[in-house]
Design a protein around this ligand. Structure first.
Ligand code: TIU
Length: 224
């Protein structure tokens, strides 16, 4: 495939070649999207996040049709919590802490039902699935080497939550030299004002972190 231009992207046209780009789906796991998981334990209403599942599915389907690389992440810790700093586990007053047993198994622990990606967005064979102990997808993962080995230079971000794991991952990626696009209606926050602020922040100062576009423009461009 050759270069695709998204002229409606903000703050200016985003150009990418699907052959050197990956679609990144951040943390669309039950722990954040369904009641009884980590997101709900922090006091959040998870229905806002459920609403983007069909949009992310359409993006996955369109990207799969190009044959391009897809990366799914999950925020999930080792069973012995050896990769969970006490500062993370003990912060605040959640109803359940990381590692505690909840209705979907142990909170944010790898292999538990809550750490599984929601059924509609289940990874297909050959897609990369990364368990990450941090908010950012490069911290304590081998993802940067994997992307370099595959010749990936551009990353298209979707997933949750916009200002926490998505923004952290996008900033980490920007510092590593990737050209990053965030799909506005393919990401969501428990706090609409934080989502709006994140979109404004990343595109300010001449795309200081990256670009923003909507799913219809990307899907339309991939189909042409
Ligand atoms: N709390 C919150 O908004 N997010 C997280 O803790 N993790 C992710 O964003 N995945």
């Amino acid at each position: 495939m050759s270069t695709i231009e998204l002229a409606g992207a903000r703050p200016f046209t985003y150009r990418f070649d699907p052959a050197t780009s990956a679609l990144v789906v951040i943390d669309m796991q039950r722990d954040f999207i369904e009641p009884g998981g980590f997101g709900a334990s922090l006091g959040n209403d998870v229905t806002r996040l459920q609403a983007i599942v069909p949009t992310v599915r359409r993006l996955l389907d369109a990207w799969r049709a190009t044959g391009g690389l897809i990366v799914h992440t999950r925020e999930a810790h080792a069973r012995d919590l050896s990769d969970c700093p006490p500062s993370k586990r003990l912060r605040g007053t959640p109803s359940l802490r990381i590692g505690d047993a909840g209705p979907m198994g142990r909170i944010l622990v790898t292999g538990e039902p809550g750490s599984q990606i929601v059924a509609e967005l289940a990874p297909a064979p050959g897609e990369v699935v990364i368990d990450k102990p941090g908010k950012g997808m490069f911290h304590a993962t081998g993802l940067d080497s994997l992307l370099h080995a595959q010749g990936i230079t551009h990353l298209v971000f979707t997933g949750v939550t916009t200002e926490v794991c998505v923004q952290t991952s996008m900033r980490e990626a920007n510092d590593r030299g990737y050209e990053c696009l965030l799909i506005e209606d393919g990401t969501e926050s428990y706090f609409p004002e934080f989502k709006a602020a994140t979109l404004a922040m990343i595109t300010a100062q001449g795309a200081i972190v990256g670009w923003v576009a909507d799913s219809a423009e990307l899907i339309g461009a991939l189909a042409r």
